[in-house]
Design a protein around this ligand. Structure first.
Ligand code: ZN
Length: 465
């Protein structure tokens, strides 16, 4: 059976059938980089990383693109406040984003395109829309002619008339119609700009994703994903731009993840309950935050509180305890036990895990299966005699499921100072022996564990990164 995906466009679960057999083209809207990410921003990278990992587990080759909006009003404002240029601000927060998401176990995208590196494609896209009559220049700005695109509102299930009556009618003489949205903004005095057929300016927000999808993945992609808050107007506008130009569907499956609440309240600037991802990672550890996020279905709202995170930590610890008990038994005891029907029982759990994950990437139920695996493992470990084959089968499935979800279920054994000193000794010896490959290997291994080596005149010094 094929994987079932809830498609926000058709409002139903559908069998997932990619355009090209075995391959998936996936685009996830990324952040505007003017600040550190809060935990609401951390949810899409985590859940779509899980989706990507699961698709890969099921044999698909996934091309995963996620953008950075590195020029916009908020970044310009932040740059002015900090007295830095736009690029410096964007670079700083892109680095911080990578730092936070890497800690949260998110694999890097194949490409992280930036607006400032996609300007020629964006301009070409807008020019083509102007040529087709879907866009017009007005006072140095360029607007999309919303009413001309039939099907506007199809993703968010709103008709043009609903939108008209619901819209705050802002009088803007530059627009032909209140529903038109900006594709290109004329530069204000002192602002960063690029030259264009319409004069100095910069792209509006929505156009970047249309241009990047086309540039990196083509006219139609398999999965387009993002937070539920992006559904309207951002994704609606992306559809209008892309489909007006190509006359093909922009994406076959649209996926949207639910909101995050803090202590049962919506996270908002005015309530002052913004929680930065980095703060919550420091408080509860990245592995617990990721695990907690995946204990909910990606489409459901998720509530954050210290108690719930504590509960998640206890759950994760239960899995870790089962794994380390299995490892311990495997090392310590002889291979006396009967295999019995244990292998079939473990296989049945694997089948259940796949069924749950096939059902719209239900990581919540996938994790429930892992708890059942832990329960079975603990039961098995109570037997006096155990078989290595069964212990290994348990461990293999724990590892397999944990990799799919990107969660950590092995205790990280921190290197002791004396272990580090010994490895540095080995590296020194390797260098004396002119075995530079080994020396480099030791340095890289240490680096992976967060140990930085410094070669000084007085010898090698080290510090924890
Ligand atoms: Zn987007």
């Amino acid at each position: 059976m094929a994987i079932q995906v809830y498609n926000s466009l058709t409002k139903q679960k559908e069998a997932f059938i990619p355009m090209e057999e075995g391959k998936v083209k996936m685009y996830v809207c990324g952040p505007t980089v003017y600040n550190y990410i809060h935990i609401g921003n951390a949810r899409p990278p985590i859940v779509y990383d899980m989706v990507r990992r699961y698709l890969e587990y099921r044999g698909y080759e996934v091309t995963y693109i996620s953008n950075f909006t590195d020029v916009d009003d908020k970044i310009i404002r932040a740059a002015n406040e900090l007295g830095e240029d736009v690029f410096a601000v964007a670079n700083k927060f892109i680095e911080a984003y990578h730092h936070d998401t890497c800690a949260l176990g998110v694999k890097e995208a194949d490409v992280h395109p930036r607006v400032t590196e996609t300007i020629p494609e964006i301009i070409a896209f807008i020019e083509a829309l102007v040529k087709k009559g879907y866009a017009y220049e007005s006072g140095g700005d360029v607007y999309f002619r919303t009413r001309k695109f039939e099907g506007y509102g199809k993703l968010s299930s709103q008709s043009i008339e609903d939108l008209r009556s619901g819209a705050r009618i802002e009088v803007d003489e530059r627009k032909e119609d209140a529903l038109d949205f900006v594709l290109w903004k004329a530069a204000k005095e002192g602002e960063i700009f690029w030259g264009s057929p319409w004069g100095k300016g910069r792209p509006g927000w929505h156009i970047e994703c249309s241009a990047m999808v086309k540039k990196y993945l083509g006219d139609t992609i398999d999965i387009h994903a993002g937070g539920q808050d992006l559904s309207f107007p951002h994704h609606e506008n992306e559809i209008a731009q892309s489909e007006a130009l190509t006359e093909k569907p922009m994406a076959n499956y649209w996926m949207h993840n639910g909101f995050i609440n803090i202590n049962n309240e919506k996270m908002s600037k005015s309530l002052g309950n913004f929680v930065l991802a980095n703060d919550i990672i420091r408080q509860h550890s990245a592995e617990v935050v990721r695990f907690f996020m995946l204990t909910g279905h990606y489409r459901s709202p998720i509530n954050f509180s210290d108690e719930l995170l504590e509960g998640a930590k206890n759950g994760l610890d239960r899995l870790k305890t089962a794994v380390s008990s299995l490892e311990h038994r495997l090392q310590e005891s002889a291979d006396f036990g009967e295999v019995g029907d244990w292998l079939e029982r473990i296989d049945a759990l694997k089948k259940r895990f796949i069924d749950e994950m096939d059902d719209d990437f239900n990581s919540a139920n996938g994790i429930a299966v892992m708890f059942d695996l832990a329960k079975e493992a603990n039961r098995y470990l109570r037997e006096e005699k155990t078989s290595k084959q069964v212990l290994q089968a348990f461990l293999a499935y724990f590892t397999e499921f944990a990799d799919v979800l990107g969660i950590v279920i092995t205790e990280n054994k921190e290197l002791l100072d004396e272990d580090i000193e010994e490895l540095i000794e080995n590296r020194n010896q390797a260098r004396k022996d002119r075995n530079f490959a080994l020396a480099d290997q030791i340095r890289d291994d240490l680096k992976e564990q967060g140990i930085i080596l410094e070669d000084t005149a007085q010898g090698v010094r080290w510090k924890r990164g």
